[in-house]
Write a protein that binds this ligand. Structure first.
Ligand code: GSH
Length: 211
């Protein structure tokens, strides 16, 4: 049964993570572009995501928001793409590092970028502890196997790999050798290159239209 797959995004957003995942999956999808502050906050789109944020997808009558959840959903909805370990230790690592990426890692990077720092006596209450602790744990996560959930590339690599890619590019994470080596293993994936090309082209078109 084929169900309509719609991707709501802006090429300058975390939607790039989902574009990469969609290209890995290989199923046909339609892109709905949203503009910051206008269509993203309009009633039509808030019916999809009350946060008024991108990315989101609609697959038939299922709506998924949150980039990490979308990656998981797509991996399960399109099992033929082989992007989710089925069981056992690899499945454990898959959950573990996807949630680590969407929780502690995302918060540690964002807080650091906006200048929020955690005092030593606050770190036990903060889910990511400290930026340093989070970086050391990320280093451990990407150093154990070729991919984050074992020997095979999965949706967890899309999510964590995108965070590392953005982090290295924009200086929001340290340039540790383990991060660079992991990033190099992912950087030439055809699906990633396709996704980057599509979003770069869309970004240029939107900029030309909007000035
Ligand atoms: N937790 C969300 C974050 C989504 C998010 O913050 N998206 C930003 C772009 S990267 C956005 O849509 N901002 C527009 C706004 O808040 O007005 C996810 O992981 O998908």
């Amino acid at each position: 049964m084929s169900e309509d797959l719609v991707f709501y995004t802006n090429p300058m957003s975390r939607g790039r993570i989902v574009r990469w995942m969609l290209e890995e999956v290989g199923a046909p999808y339609r892109t709905e572009l949203l503009e910051y502050g206008t269509t993203m906050k309009a009633g039509d789109y808030r019916a999809i995501n009350p946060m008024g944020k991108v990315p989101a997808i609609r697959h038939g009558d299922a709506v998924v928001t949150e980039a990490a959840a979308i990656c998981c959903y797509l991996a399960d909805a399109f099992p033929e793409a082989g992007l989710a370990p089925e069981r056992g230790r690899d499945r454990a690592d898959y959950y573990r590092w996807l949630f680590f990426g969407a929780g502690p890692l995302e918060a540690a990077i964002t807080n650091r970028a906006i200048g929020v720092s955690v005092a030593e006596d606050q770190s036990r209450m903060v889910g990511y502890g400290s930026y340093e602790q989070t970086m050391a744990t990320l280093d451990y996560a990407v150093s154990r196997h070729p991919y984050i959930a074992g020997d095979r590339f999965t949706a967890a690599d899309v999510y964590v790999g995108a965070a590392i890619g953005f982090g290295l590019r924009f200086g929001s994470i340290e340039r540790r050798p383990a991060f660079v080596a992991y990033h190099d293993r992912l950087a030439a994936r055809p699906a990633l290159l396709r996704a980057q090309q599509i979003d770069d082209d869309l970004m240029r078109e939107m900029q030309e239209r909007g000035g």
